[in-house]
Design a protein. Structure first.
Lengths: 92, 413
C-alpha cells in the first residue's frame, strides 16, 4: 500500500518537475572532495567517533568512515562533517 | 560564514567538554531542541563542542536527560570582553582621554613656518600673519587663510603670491617673491682703466671717448668721460642750442678692450720632497675645568724629528657650557717620513712653469682672451734650482666705471 502510494507520488513529482528529495523526504548528501560532507534532511546521530559516524536517515542509516571527523555545523536539518572521508556506506 | 562568525562573537561562545556514556544522545537532543552546536570533535571518550552563550543555559535539560557531564573549557566573544573591560575602567578612561586630548591638541596651530623667502624678512610675514590670527596656539578652525593671504600681499608689495596651508598642527605660509628690476646707478661716472695696456677696441655707449685704438693707457687713466659728446661732423650743420656753461655730467658706459701683459715667476728644485705619515703617533690629552688644566696624558713637546700635529677640542654643546668651561684638548702628533726624489731638469722646468701659470691665473679674469703664452728659463746662479718666467698676453675689457669724484680710487687688483 505504502509503496504503491510512493510510486504515485514519484510520478507526480516527475510530471511537475519537482525535485525528488522534497517530495519523497530523501536525504541530500553533498561532498566537497573528501574534505567536507553535508547531509541534509537527517534524523539524528546514532554513533559518533573521530573515525566512524553513523547517521539515522528516513530509510536506514548512513555510515561514514574516515579520519579526524569533526562535526562542523550541527543543525536540525543538516550536518556538516569536516575531516578526511574515506568511505560512505548506505544501509537500508 | 563571516556573518555567522560575527553573530557568534556578539552573542558569545562557550567551549564545552561533554563526558558520558552516550554523548550522541546528547547531540541528538540538542538538535531537536534547536541548540546550535559546531566544531564538534571527539578525542577518546570526550566530545568537545562550541555552543552559543544563550544556548548554553538551555543545555541543562538535554544534559540531564542524556546523563552526560558538561564542563566549560573557555569562553570568548563580546559579552566576556565587555565584562573584562568593565573591571578595568581606568584603561577605557585612559583611551578616551587620549582620543579627546589628541582631538583637542590637533585643533590648534603649534608651528608657523614661512617657506620660499629669499630677500623678504620671514619674521615680518610671521608678524603680519600673527596680527590676522595665525600664530602658534591659534585655533585651527578660526584661521581665515584667504584673509591672511590677502593682507600679506597688500602689506608687502615685494611678494607676488602667498599661500597659507595647514598640514596637521603646522601652518606653512608659502611666499613667492617678485623679482624686482635692479635699480641702476644713475650718478655721473667715468670709465677708467683698471690695468695698463694698449687699446684694441673702444665702444662708448654713453659719454665721450678719451682714447683711441692703439693708445697706450696706464692704470687709472680716464677712457670714457662722463659728458655729453659734442655733435659729430655729419650733424654739424644742425644748429645746436648754446651749450650750458657747465658740462652736464652723465654716467659713462662702454666697452674698452685692450691688450694686457702679465708676467709670472716660478721656481722648482731638482730635488723634490714628499712627506708621508708613518703611522706612528703620540697623543696628549688634557682636561680643562674652569681655569684649571689637568693633564691626563702627556707627550713630549717634540716627540719625533719630523712631525705634524693636530688639535682636537671636545666640549659640551654650548647650552651646557655657559660660564663654566669644561673641555678636553687632544693633541695628536704624527710622525712623518721624508721621501726625496731626483727630478730631471725638464720636469723641474715644467713644474716651475706650472707654478708660475697658477699664480697668473688668479690675476687674469675669466673673460679674458689669451693671445700669447711664452715662458723663459732664467739662468740660475744656484745649482739645483730652475727658475722660469711666464709671459701671457691677453685681450680683455679693462674698463671700470668709477664715480666721477676726484678722491675715488681704482680698486686694488
Amino acid at each position: 500500500m505504502k509503496s504503491h502510494r510512493r510510486g504515485k507520488m514519484e510520478r507526480i513529482a516527475a510530471l511537475l518537475e519537482i525535485p525528488d528529495d522534497i517530495v519523497l523526504d530523501l536525504p541530500r548528501i553533498t561532498m566537497l572532495g573528501n574534505k567536507q560532507l553535508l547531509v541534509e534532511n537527517h534524523k539524528g546521530i546514532i554513533e559518533y567517533t573521530a573515525s566512524l559516524v553513523r547517521i539515522r536517515l528516513n530509510q536506514g542509516e548512513l555510515i561514514i568512515a574516515g579520519e579526524n571527523l569533526t562535526l562542523g555545523n550541527l543543525q536540525t536539518e543538516q550536518i556538516l562533517f569536516e575531516g578526511i572521508v574515506a568511505e560512505i556506506k548506505y544501509e537500508v | 560564514m563571516l556573518t555567522r562568525n560575527l553573530a557568534n562573537y556578539t552573542t558569545g561562545v562557550v567551549r564545552i567538554k561533554i563526558t558520558g556514556v552516550f554523548p550522541e544522545k546528547f547531540i541528538n537532543l540538542c538538535l531537536s531542541e534547536g541548540i546550535l552546536l559546531w566544531g564538534i570533535k571527539k578525542e577518546g571518550e570526550e566530545i568537545y563542542a562550541n555552543v552559543r552563550l544563550p544556548d548554553f543555559f538551555a543545555i541543562r535539560k538535554p544534559a540531564l536527560k542524556s546523563r552526560v557531564k558538561v564542563r566549560v573549557l573557555g569562553v570568548r566573544g563580546l559579552p566576556f570582553t565587555l565584562k573584562r573591560v568593565k573591571r578595568r575602567r581606568m584603561l577605557i578612561a585612559g583611551a578616551v582621554l587620549f582620543l579627546v586630548l589628541l582631538q583637542i591638541l590637533t585643533s590648534y596651530i603649534w608651528f608657523v613656518d614661512v617657506a620660499g623667502v629669499k630677500n623678504v624678512s620671514g619674521d615680518r610675514i610671521k608678524s603680519i600673519a600673527a596680527a590676522h590670527g595665525l600664530h602658534p596656539g591659534a585655533v585651527k578652525s578660526g584661521i581665515k587663510a584667504k584673509e591672511i593671504e590677502n593682507s600679506i600681499t597688500l602689506a608687502m608689495p615685494e611678494v607676488a603670491w602667498v599661500g597659507v596651508r595647514l598640514t596637521g598642527t603646522r601652518a606653512i605660509v608659502e611666499i613667492v617673491e617678485k623679482t624686482m628690476p635692479r635699480t641702476e646707478d644713475k650718478s655721473p661716472a667715468d670709465v677708467v682703466a683698471l690695468k695698463d695696456g694698449i687699446i684694441t677696441e673702444i665702444i662708448a655707449l654713453s659719454g665721450q671717448p678719451m682714447v683711441k685704438k692703439g693708445d697706450t693707457v696706464k692704470r687709472g687713466d680716464v677712457l670714457i668721460k662722463g659728458i655729453v659728446p659734442p655733435p659729430s661732423e655729419e650733424n654739424a650743420e644742425i644748429k645746436m642750442p648754446v651749450s650750458p656753461p657747465t658740462e652736464p655730467r652723465i654716467r659713462a658706459n662702454g666697452i674698452v678692450k685692450a691688450r694686457v701683459w702679465y708676467e709670472g715667476y716660478g721656481e722648482a728644485g731638482l730635488v723634490r720632497e714628499e712627506y708621508h705619515r708613518t703611522g706612528n703617533r703620540k697623543m696628549s690629552v688634557s682636561l680643562k675645568i674652569g681655569n684649571t688644566v689637568l693633564d691626563l696624558k702627556k707627550a713630549e713637546a717634540e716627540p719625533f724629528p719630523n712631525f705634524e700635529s693636530e688639535e682636537i677640542f671636545k666640549k659640551f654643546p654650548s647650552w651646557r657650557n655657559t660660564g663654566f668651561v669644561v673641555e678636553t684638548k687632544i693633541d695628536i702628533f704624527y710622525e712623518l717620513v721624508i721621501d726625496r726624489f731626483e727630478v730631471s731638469p725638464e720636469e723641474a722646468r715644467d713644474m716651475a712653469k706650472e707654478q708660475a701659470v697658477k699664480i697668473l691665473e688668479t690675476k687674469i679674469p675669466e673673460t679674458a682672451e689669451v693671445l700669447v703664452r711664452n715662458s723663459e728659463v732664467l739662468s740660475s746662479s744656484e745649482p739645483g734650482l730652475t727658475r722660469v718666467k711666464v709671459f701671457i698676453e691677453t685681450v680683455e675689457d679693462i674698463g671700470y666705471t668709477q664715480v666721477a669724484q676726484p678722491t675715488s680710487q681704482v680698486p686694488e687688483e
